[in-house]
Design a protein around this ligand. Structure first.
Ligand SMILES: Nc1nc2c(ncn2[C@@H]2O[C@H](COP(=O)(O)OP(=O)(O)OP(=O)(O)O)[C@@H](O)[C@H]2O)c(=O)[nH]1
Ligand SMILES: [Mg+2]
Length: 295
């Protein structure tokens, strides 16, 4: 069989995590309309009869402005150098800018097989596709381009086959029942962060970290989960909580429903909001919240 790792790389918000979730067939990585949703390297594993693709989701390429984004960019950089293949994801509906060509050239010439997923074709005029493919070709980008829509499932099967064909012959890296390398506890914290990304504006979600203090399965099968939403500033805490706690109540209930779906069981969720000034620039706090270069 063929098997190997594929780094999924592209600009922030391009649609990398959505594409991985669709191909793997399960939600392994959270998704939101805000850039910088993915902060960590996350594996999504697809096992078929004659191949296994281990996708490595990465933080989207973005100009760093604090120690956390610097670490995220370092994560993407190191991942790109340690895989069997690269899938560069481009948001087709955003057009092609000089910066895209620059990034594609950088990540498509690392000496491993690579191809381009040109995604979100469901929300753009179809006639732009051949023109963009020509632009890329004329700019000297040699990789094959697969126009897809993760949202509508268009051309996904074709893309999957092309990715599998890039992988070397070898044994499966994971047993066939594995879809992610992450624990349930990690996914719970990510689902909470996803709801904050979806519900709050501007800098608030980007300054949030989640710390799960209790994750317990009870005898009746239900889960008792206590977590902290850590934010950067006092006024962010006030916004997160809202008038009479209404905003937090809604966010927590939204998250709880998704956690119940994910765990297949009832969840009792307790949420606290804490402030840790400028934690995104403080190495010790970043580490405490699960962001360090060691893993
Ligand atoms: N219409 C449409 N929207 C999409 C498609 N794929 C992703 N999106 C949307 O694009 C936004 C970003 O998707 P993500 O999957 O979080 O993007 P990402 O590249 O992982 O982003 P970062 O983790 O921030 O780098 C979300 O609002 C998705 O719903 C698609 O095929 N069609
Ligand atoms: Mg992502």
């Amino acid at each position: 069989m063929r098997s190997g790792t594929v780094a999924v790389i592209g600009r922030a918000n391009a649609g990398k995590s959505t594409l991985i979730n669709v191909i793997v067939g399960e939600k392994v990585s959270i998704v939101s309309p805000k850039p910088q949703t993915t902060r960590d390297r996350i594996l999504g594993v697809l096992t078929r009869e004659d191949y296994q693709i281990v996708f490595v989701d990465t933080p989207g390429l973005y100009r760093g402005r604090n120690a956390l984004t610097d670490l995220m960019m370092k994560t993407t950089e190191t991942t790109s150098k340690d895989v069997d293949a690269i899938l560069f994801v481009h948001d087709g509906h955003a057009g092609i800018k000089e910066e895209d060509v620059f990034l594609m050239k950088k990540y498509l010439s690392l000496g491993v097989p690579a191809l381009i997923a040109y995604t979100k074709i469901d929300i753009m005029p179809k006639e732009n596709i051949p023109a963009d493919v020509k632009t890329l070709f004329e700019a000297g980008i040699a990789a094959d381009v697969y126009p897809v829509s993760a949202r509508k499932g268009q051309n996904i099967a074709k893309l999957e086959k092309a990715i599998a064909a890039m992988l070397p012959e070898g044994d499966a890296l994971f047993s066939e029942d594995i879809v992610s390398d992450r624990s349930e506890k990690f996914m719970i914290s990510e689902l909470m962060r996803e709801k904050i990304l979806l519900k709050y504006e501007k800098e608030i979600p980007h300054g949030v970290a989640i710390v799960v203090n209790k994750f317990e399965k009870q005898e009746n099968g239900a889960y008792a989960i206590d977590l902290d939403i850590v934010c950067e500033k006092k006024n962010h805490k006030a916004i997160l909580i809202g008038k009479q706690g209404q905003a937090l109540k809604e966010t927590a209930s939204f998250a709880r429903k998704d956690m119940e779906k994910f765990l297949g069981a009832k969840v009792f969720l307790t949420v606290y909001v804490k402030v840790r000034e400028d934690w995104r620039d403080r190495a010790s706090l970043m580490k405490e919240f699960g962001y360090s270069s060691e893993d």
